[in-house]
Design a protein around this ligand. Structure first.
Ligand SMILES: O=P(O)(O)OC[C@H]1O[C@H](O)[C@H](O)[C@@H](O)[C@@H]1O
Length: 532
């Protein structure tokens, strides 16, 4: 039988009921799951015990447990590229053994982590210096997974960022590198070129620009460059001293790579000990993911809630709304993690996907979003499932009253989405304002909130390195589970290739070195307009 059939049936039967009516005495507890101090509340969704059971069955029938075991044991589950998927190895604990092609990969992981930690300490303690003295600034040049992870985490962990300042340059737009370097002193800046492949044109172009910038002031610019890559031959050809090259293996996907050497800038900023706490948070989530039964398993449940909303209810987008300003880059990070992983129309076996692919993910921190796009979330015609994140405590004890306001706003938004405001309530408000008759009716309709809109809340004590590790690993595993259920390979990204090829081919046209024959009329005309 079609594994989706029961869920579609349940959706049909329960479509019009109100989520609020599902609340009996025990729902809040029953639809909340905890893992190491982190709490996921999915009670404000239209999922009841029967639907949850059907969703759990879907995960079981899709082989989530088997695929999970295969991933953690180093099998080559990325089968369009013939690679294992082992970002979990980057945070594995002492004593763990994970084999790829019969070889334990962890000794190398530990060795490189120790090398990164030693270098990070040298930079932080002023043992490694620039040609003008102690390193004051670190510029990480990378894009996609070689940028978003460390950039997001650096902002998230500002309260413990006591090393040199970090900056992140990604865009090939010269404005990015120009505006970043403008305020920096080349004699005290360390540049980290972060690229898994060391061929990405944006990164290599920006690295060249940074090298020229440094060469203007510094006798030996290469001495202030480090590299993070899987391609040791290419980093050597680029002239970076192997002592400052930190390698990793191709079984770490770019968007899963912040746990290893790609996190070097973060490690320099917060120190290796706190970086270890970050890894420990990820490891704690791994243990939970491996051990908890599906019905109490946070990543599995988050994935199932996502499947329910997207593939079953047809809500094509999901808003990620951190009530935590330092998670401002989390939505962008998750856009890569989720959309590059699960935005695919072909199943593992090459057939067309039987359902929609993963959702469009977007968002901004609260409360800012409330004053911008929440209008659509509350009163638009489309339902946008919302994912709130919020901490019990901030890092500014003297501003606790602001944190309280933040939390109140977060809970209020989830409550407003759930409850809404009925036409009767809106009429009463208008009547109080002195309106009557047709005008009261007209004005009241604008003030109705349909409610019955689903949301989840991920709550934690405080945004620490450990918590951030938990959050990222939670989302990684969520994406994994969704991918298994959808039947796709979450670990390749062929969809980014065509644009790269065409961009290369368009360069000579823009330089006027080649004609636009063979191009469609629109592209040819735009080349004509944009040619310098
Ligand atoms: O780290 P790199 O090899 O430079 O790759 C950087 C990024 O670009 C690619 O095009 C992929 O879409 C991303 O998954 C990757 O993270």
């Amino acid at each position: 039988m079609d594994k989706w059939a029961e869920l579609h049936r349940l959706r049909g039967v329960n479509k019009d009921r109100h989520i609020l009516d599902l609340f009996d005495g025990s729902r809040a507890g029953d639809f909340t799951v905890e893992a190491e101090g982190m709490r996921l509340d999915y009670a404000k969704t239209n999922i009841d015990a029967q639907t949850r059971a059907a969703l759990v069955r879907l995960a079981e029938e899709s082989g989530v447990a088997e695929k999970r075991a295969a991933m953690f044991s180093g099998e080559k589950i990325n089968d369009t590229e013939g690679r294992a998927v082992l970002h979990v190895a980057l945070r594995a604990g002492e004593g763990a053994v994970i084999r790829v092609d019969g070889q334990d990969v962890l000794p190398d992981v530990r060795r490189i982590r120790a090398a990164c930690a030693a270098f990070a300490r040298q930079v932080r303690e002023g043992v490694f210096t620039g040609q003008g003295g102690r390193i004051t600034d670190v510029v990480n040049i990378g894009i996609g997974g070689s940028d978003l992870g460390p950039a997001m985490a650096y902002l998230a962990l500002q309260p413990c960022a006591d090393g040199p300042r970090c900056h992140f340059v990604s865009n090939v737009d010269g404005a990015h590198v120009h505006d970043t370097l403008r305020g920096l002193n080349p004699e005290t800046t360390l540049v980290i070129v972060a690229s898994k492949t060391f061929t990405t044109i944006e990164t290599m172009t920006n690295a060249d620009t940074a090298r020229r910038w440094m060469a203007e002031k510094v006798a030996n610019p290469a001495a202030q460059f480090a590299a993070v890559s899987t391609a040791g031959d290419k980093t050597a050809a680029y002239g970076i001293d192997p002592e400052r090259v930190f390698g990793f293996e191709d079984w770490v996907g770019g968007r899963y790579s912040v746990w290893g050497p790609i996190g070097l800038s973060l490690m320099i900023a917060i120190g290796p000990e706190r970086f270890d706490d970050f890894l420990a948070g990820g490891r704690a989530m791994d243990a939970h993911f491996m051990g908890a039964p599906f019905a109490r398993n946070m990543p599995v449940l988050l994935a199932l809630v996502g499947i329910w909303h997207n593939q079953i209810c047809g809500h094509a987008t999901r808003a990620v709304l951190p009530y935590d300003q330092r998670l401002a880059r989390l939505p962008a990070y998750l856009q890569q993690l989720e959309m590059e992983s699960n935005g695919k129309r072909v199943a593992v076996d090459g057939s067309d996907l039987a359902t929609q692919s993963g959702p469009v993910v977007w968002g901004e921190p609260g409360t800012n979003g409330q004053h911008a796009f929440y209008q659509l979330i509350h009163q638009g015609t489309r339902v946008v499932p919302c994912e709130f994140l919020v901490a019990r405590r901030g890092h500014e004890p003297d501003l606790a009253h602001q944190h309280l306001l933040l939390v109140a706003n977060c809970l209020a938004q989830a409550e407003a989405l759930l409850r809404g405001r009925s036409l009767e309530e809106a009429r009463a408000i208008m009547a109080k304002k002195g309106l009557a008759g047709a005008e009261l009716e007209r004005q009241a309709r604008h003030r109705v909130f349909p409610g019955n809109r689903p949301s989840t809340v991920l709550a934690y004590d405080q945004l620490t390195p450990f918590t951030l590790g938990q959050i990222i690993a939670l989302y990684e595993h969520r994406v994994f589970v969704e991918g298994v259920i959808l039947g796709i390979n979450s670990f390749d990204q062929w969809g980014v290739e065509l644009g790269k090829e065409l961009a290369l081919a368009l360069q000579p046209l823009l330089e006027g070195k080649a004609g636009t024959e063979g191009k469609d009329g629109s592209t040819a005309a735009l080349v004509g307009f944009l040619r310098g």
